[in-house]
Design a protein around this ligand. Structure first.
Ligand SMILES: [Zn+2]
Length: 189
């Protein structure tokens, strides 16, 4: 069985490069703080349940969110909120199938239409020139408007709708105590 998470909220360090040893100590810290709970695996899919303080560490923007935190049967994955950490040997471009809306980091003009093919993205290899202010910037430095991210380490909270929740200050403080400056984005399939 392949787990098909349909949408989620993903955190990653702003820096493209991240040491695996730092990822391991951060994961231990997230477990200790009760953000991440027990590990589980189904076939080849491995992730963690939400921890006992998970709901306190995200700020839900709508009224009375319906968040399912217990492991469901195999037919009901689509509503199950859980956490997956992913470490990659090289920085990657991480996104869902949602249409990305990125903008020049200098002048803010939208430049989605002139993006190069990012399927083989590598750090600092693909430069875009802004059609308005002419600034040249690597694609990973564009403003991706919380629709995609670049890096080596990602903490994905699967099955949170786009803009349904944002990280709380205690969660950001915890993340920042391990590594300064985090971004987050939402993906959809
Ligand atoms: Zn510009």
């Amino acid at each position: 069985m392949t787990v098909q998470n349909r949408y989620g909220l993903v955190f990653h360090p702003q820096e493209l490069y991240f040491l695996q040893a730092d990822a391991e100590s951060l994961i231990a810290g997230l477990k200790k703080a009760g953000f991440m709970g027990e590990a589980f695996s189904i076939d080849n899919y491995q992730a963690n349940l939400a921890g006992e303080n998970f709901l306190k560490m995200l700020t839900f923007l709508g009224c009375s969110p319906q968040i399912e935190l217990t492991l469901p049967d195999r037919e009901n994955w689509h509503n199950f909120c859980h956490i997956q950490t992913q470490y990659f040997p090289q920085p990657v471009y991480y996104r869902g199938m949602n249409r990305t809306r990125c903008a020049c980091s200098q002048c803010g003009v939208r430049i989605t239409d002139t993006l190069p093919d990012l399927s083989q993205w590598q750090a600092d290899q693909q430069i875009v020139q802004c059609p308005k202010c002419q600034e040249k910037q690597p694609v990973e430095q564009l403003n991706w408007r919380q629709g995609a991210g670049f890096g080596q380490f990602f903490i994905s909270v699967h099955n949170i709708y786009p803009n349904e929740a944002v990280p709380s200050d205690p969660l950001l403080n915890l993340l920042n105590s391990y590594y300064q400056s985090w971004n987050y984005f939402y993906y959809e399939r």
